[in-house]
Design a protein around this ligand. Structure first.
Ligand SMILES: [Zn+2]
Ligand SMILES: [Zn+2]
Length: 145
């Protein structure tokens, strides 16, 4: 697992999609590794179920396409075109999916598997995994955790 300060730095993103996220998706407070964060209210049941299973999540959004279009539209082309890093937002943005980025630990393994069974996307690189799935599958995923 990467050290806690590295994860906290990743949580403190200063981009407009992160800092003004509440203008698009209503937020609720949570704690990740002792640090206060806000998360999309609609994601909270899933994130809480993951946290209860020992999974550390480092980013999520119920519809990043919508948030980016509203808060940082100039960034959209770079996120969907050309060569992308292994863990990227291309399909999330193009298909309007919900996503969760998490530490790819043993505790986390059942969640990407559940997303894959439902036809969602699982991307991995180093310590990170990212899953993306249609918003309407949220409760089915919570039920599988
Ligand atoms: Zn950001
Ligand atoms: Zn969001």
């Amino acid at each position: 697992m990467p050290d806690v300060s590295t994860i906290r730095a990743a949580l403190a993103c200063a981009c407009p999609v992160c800092t003004r996220h509440g203008e698009v998706h209503s937020q609720v407070p949570r704690t990740v590794l002792g640090a206060p964060v806000t998360v999309d209210a609609e994601m909270a049941p899933l994130l809480d179920a993951l946290a209860a299973a020992g999974v550390v999540t480092v980013g999520s959004c119920v519809n990043l396409s919508e948030a980016t279009a509203r808060l940082w539209p100039a960034k959209l082309p770079a996120l969907t075109a050309g060569v992308q890093p292994a863990v990227n937002y291309r399909r999330t943005l193009v298909e309007g999916l919900a996503f969760v980025r998490l530490l790819d630990t043993e505790a986390a393994a059942p969640f990407p598997s559940a997303v894959e069974r439902l036809g969602g996307e699982v991307l991995r690189s180093g310590p990170l995994a990212q899953v993306a799935f249609p918003r309407w599958q949220m409760s089915a995923l919570v039920a599988q955790l």
